[in-house]
Design a protein around this ligand. Structure first.
Ligand code: FAD
Length: 426
């Protein structure tokens, strides 16, 4: 093997790839983490930082299908299909509707619950190994409402997931105000989910995982893969645009929303697409004239039922994220989505200054059944897949990395991996 080659290549240095690479290096593998750009710059950069253990219902649900029709007719709704992407997304949407039928939904809940059962513990263990456990705060999350309809929706959703072990408590306006004094007076109550958490900055988490990988003897290299191939001797080749291929014994593919063509180069078809999301991050005001007590506005993530946004207090500022937009990987961001976020931040936290916020759009890697692909490639010994973590890549990166390390090291994974197999789309 050449110097640049490795026993194990992890392709994609987002949260999922960085976590897998670290776990494999800890398991004694000689790991090379490859990415087309600096690690942690894609979906893992700007997410809401919410450890969403309360999400045990896949988004492909009868309820979401019912609500979608209403959303699609409203330009300000949290769900948008860009006109130019209507035709390309139709097959994905058809599979989404299929996955949401009662039997598929019920199977999805069992699969997601199996991942969520240990997601917070796995993430904590991973971050502790990486020396960045201080990033993680397991102190819950609040879903607030401003209208009686919002109160009904929020409490109904909490009641639906309660039988699946998701704890919650209803808080009145005073309790909400004590926890989040920066919220507008119109906020009338909320549901508190105590067993969830958040991180101070998801990008810093990813950078921490990569730094730990290097300390554990792993290497990081910038390279854009254009295709994968297996040679007769069993080695895996990572073909690049303008450089000779890299060779390895084991390859873990973690290229998020960009995984479909790489998987296809090995002959597997996956209906992966992207649900684009947006954020604004308002730096904490500092210096003369700064809003007093800004850092105390809220001390944990707060989501709004009516506005379909979530805000998280981060080390880099107050972040608000929202929107599911079908627009593929190439269309430019929609400025209207960012304007909606600014409007929502102003309404929910009146002292905020959303005009000072930085803006961002990211690509959630989503399969129609809203379960990730985590498996050994059936026809390519030594190749493993870990992508499609949709809205939950931060939450699930720890458990995914443990399961991937088990698969690569030929240990029996702790849960039934069938729901996450690539062949479910065959
Ligand atoms: C607005 C928004 C809010 C979110 N909020 C949350 C949240 O609160 N909690 C949560 O758990 N999740 C959240 N998510 C989802 C989460 O961010 C993603 O699921 C997660 O980041 C996916 O991680 P990943 O490593 O699979 O992909 P990415 O972070 O996208 O990483 C993929 C990497 O692969 C690299 N790559 C791609 N193609 C190639 C190639 N050909 N060659 C080399 N490298 C390549 C890319 O450069 C990139 O670095 C949110 C997402 C968005 C957009």
């Amino acid at each position: 093997m050449r110097d640049a080659d490795a026993q194990t290549i992890v392709l994609g240095a987002g949260l999922v790839g960085a976590a897998c690479a670290l776990r494999l290096a800890e398991a004694g593998r000689d790991v090379l983490l490859l990415d087309a750009q600096v690690p942690g710059q894609a979906a893992s950069f700007g997410n809401a930082g919410h450890i969403a253990t309360e999400q045990v219902f896949p988004l492909a649900s009868p309820q979401v299908i019912r609500a979608s029709w209403r959303y699609l007719l409203d330009a300000d709704s949290p769900l948008r299909i860009r006109a130019a992407y209507l035709l390309p997304i139709l097959p994905w949407l058809a599979r989404f509707v299929w996955a949401a039928r009662p039997a598929g939904f019920a199977r999805g809940i069992q699969a997601l619950m199996a991942l969520q059962a240990t997601s917070l513990a796995d993430l904590h263990d991973l971050l502790a190994h990486a020396g960045v456990a201080g990033q993680l705060h397991a102190d819950g999350y609040l879903r607030v409402w401003e209208t009686p309809g919002g109160a009904r929706d929020a409490q109904a959703q909490a009641a639906q997931v309660r039988p699946f072990g998701v704890n919650s408590a209803v808080w009145d306006a005073d309790a909400v105000r004590r926890a989040a004094p920066g919220l507008a007076s119109g906020v009338a109550g909320g549901v508190f989910y105590p067993d969830t958490g958040h991180v101070d900055d998801p990008h810093a988490v990813c950078a921490g995982l990569v730094a730990a990988l290097v300390r554990a003897g792993g290497r990081v290299q910038q390279a854009r893969a254009v295709a994968l191939q297996q040679d007769g001797g069993g080695s895996v080749l990572v073909r690049q645009e303008n450089s000779p291929p890299l060779r390895c014994r084991e390859l873990v593919l973690c290229t998020g929303a960009w995984s479909r063509p790489l998987v296809a180069s090995l002959g597997y078809r996956v209906p992966l697409d992207t649900e684009r999301g947006y954020h604004i991050t308002m730096p904490w005001p500092a210096g003369e004239g700064a809003a007093p007590g800004a850092r105390d506005w809220l001390d944990r993530p707060v989501a709004s039922v009516e506005r379909n946004v979530i805000m998280t207090p981060m080390s880099v500022g107050l972040r608000m994220t929202g929107t599911v937009e079908f627009g593929g990987l190439l269309l430019a961001p929609d400025a209207h989505r960012l304007a909606l976020l600014r409007r929502a931040m102003r309404a929910l936290v009146p002292a905020s200054q959303p005009d000072t916020a930085s803006t961002w759009m990211g690509f959630r890697p989503s399969l129609p059944d809203h379960l990730p692909v985590v498996c050994a490639a059936p026809r390519h010994p030594g190749v493993f897949f870990a992508f499609g973590h949709q809205h939950l890549g931060l939450t699930l990166c720890g458990v995914t990395a443990r399961l991937v390390a088990d698969l690569v090291c030929r240990r029996k994974p702790s849960l039934d991996m069938a729901p996450f197999h690539v062949d479910r789309f065959a």
